[in-house]
Design a protein around this ligand. Structure first.
Ligand code: HEC
Ligand code: HEC
Length: 393
């Protein structure tokens, strides 16, 4: 009996696989090139969920502005994001400098682009880019929307190289290049109904993919979900984490000399809970260096969300600030502890120079430790490994 059962089971399995093979057609059909390239990682008949993710009810800031996420477009965005063919010599993708396991940032101070190009600023984490009031992107907010941002790295001479400068191809050459690639012919047809590749379509899909990258499974979120207000103690927090939260959120009190005499550290006035996105009116924070050029750069008034600034083990996901010159949270707090009003820094945020002088937070070691402990609660888990945001190549 046993042997007969086993034999008939294997016969059924053999028949099923024969049938599915014929049905899906391994090398023919509308998705043959996609299948050949990505196997099951990208399957137009079974897309990953980007469009209907759940987010906490207290998360309300959103810069989507009409480009609502759909699974087909975000999927095409994922392919574009990880495709090295978007660089002139097929060596660099967006994912080269925005690395999933580092919260879509980079551990290098300046990231490596094509032909040994180096970025002029430190790379930015892309987690929760959607959930913020400030809709302009880059450290200096020079991209008026996320859509506008997405095709700039492609055209950046040092990054992906389609700059049109010094004899290099330009963006139109890239569009032509992509039109000639089989899996894009199928993907654009699948997503848009025709094979045309335009800058607007690249922007739409890349922006949707980036906006889909979300992280709301942190210790902070577990506490926030059961606490009506950020200011109240979270039941799942240690005493130290609750103290750090208060210090982060509450404004400081200063004397005439700009020395803190009480209150918190005022971080939340610019990195606004519960998204921890940058306040649109923020000035710069006193970090005004240039990475590979002399002089000062006072226009960096944006920060990525402070969520996932460190990894689950507390180690930094990369050096911090546009200069990447602060190696960890201790150094960051130290920076805010004594703000120098540098000559020429006309865009230093007034909150950091009470009574016209650079603030001195006058911190105690327990206060520093508490703020760091709190900032570590902002780190999630799933976003670092979820396959829908991973490299499909
Ligand atoms: C060579 C490294 C490199 C590559 C390749 C790269 N980036 Fe970036 N990215 C950076 C750096 C550096 C910054 C900050 C630059 C600045 O502000 O001047 C940045 C900033 C961004 C931002 C702004 C985030 C924010 O919160 O303001 C987005 C979005 C982004 N990149 C998306 C992309 C996309 C999409 C691609 C591919 C088309 C890409 N990047 C390719 C290095 C890179
Ligand atoms: C006046 C507004 C303001 C205040 C107050 C402020 N920040 Fe910032 N923060 C910024 C800006 C702007 C940047 C980006 C600066 C840059 O790179 O040039 C930034 C960057 C950061 C970064 C680095 C982010 C990254 O991705 O590298 C950390 C961490 C940070 N701030 C933590 C804090 C903490 C902790 C406090 C309170 C002690 C604080 N901030 C207070 C405006 C502010």
């Amino acid at each position: 009996m046993k042997t007969i059962n086993l034999a008939s089971i294997s016969l059924v399995i053999a028949l099923i696989s024969l049938w599915s093979c014929q049905k899906n057609g391994n090398n023919t059909g509308p998705y043959a090139a996609i299948k050949a390239k990505f196997g099951t990682k990208i399957d137009p008949t079974n897309l990953a969920n980007y469009a209907n993710q759940t987010k906490p009810t207290y998360i309300i800031k959103d810069n989507t502005a009409g480009n609502t996420i759909s699974n087909p477009k975000a999927t095409l965005g994922r392919v574009l994001f990880y495709d090295k063919q978007l660089s002139i010599n097929n060596t660099i993708s967006c994912g080269s400098c925005h690395i999933q396991k580092f919260a879509f940032g980079d551990t290098a101070v300046a990231s490596l682009g094509v032909l040994n190009g180096r970025t002029a600023r430190h790379s930015m984490r892309l987690i929760n880019a959607r959930f913020g009031t400030e809709a302009k992107f880059f450290w200096d907010e020079r991209a008026i929307t996320l859509e506008n941002q997405t095709t700039r790295p492609i055209q950046d001479h040092a990054e992906m190289g389609f700059s049109g400068q010094t004899g290099r191809p330009g963006l139109n050459d890239l569009l032509t290049k992509l039109k000639g690639i089989g899996y894009y012919q199928e993907l654009f047809k699948f997503v848009y109904g025709d094979q045309n590749v335009t800058e607007a379509r690249l922007q739409e899909c890349l922006a949707q993919f980036i906006r889909s990258i979300q992280s709301f499974d942190s210790k902070y979120d577990e506490g926030r979900a059961v606490t009506p207000q950020d200011q109240q103690p979270f039941p799942n927090f240690t005493q130290q984490e609750n103290m750090g939260k208060n210090l982060f959120l509450m404004p400081a009190q200063f004397n005439q000399m700009g020395i803190r005499t009480g209150g918190g550290l005022g971080c939340g006035g610019c990195h606004v809970a519960p998204e921890f996105d940058i306040h649109p009116a923020s000035g710069n924070n006193g970090i005004i260096g240039n990475l590979n050029a002399p002089g000062i750069d006072i226009n960096n008034t944006r920060s990525p969300s402070l969520r996932d600034i460190v990894a689950a083990d507390g180690s930094p996901n990369g050096p911090m600030m546009h200069t990447g010159n602060l190696r960890g949270l201790q150094a960051v707090i130290g920076h805010y502890g004594t703000i120098n009003v540098a000559p020429g820094n006309t865009r230093l945020d007034p909150k950091l120079r009470p009574n016209g002088v650079g603030q001195q937070l006058n911190l105690t070691q327990p206060e520093v430790d508490a703020v760091i402990a709190f900032m570590r609660t902002l780190t999630g888990r799933n976003v670092y490994t979820d396959v829908r945001w991973s490299d499909p190549f």
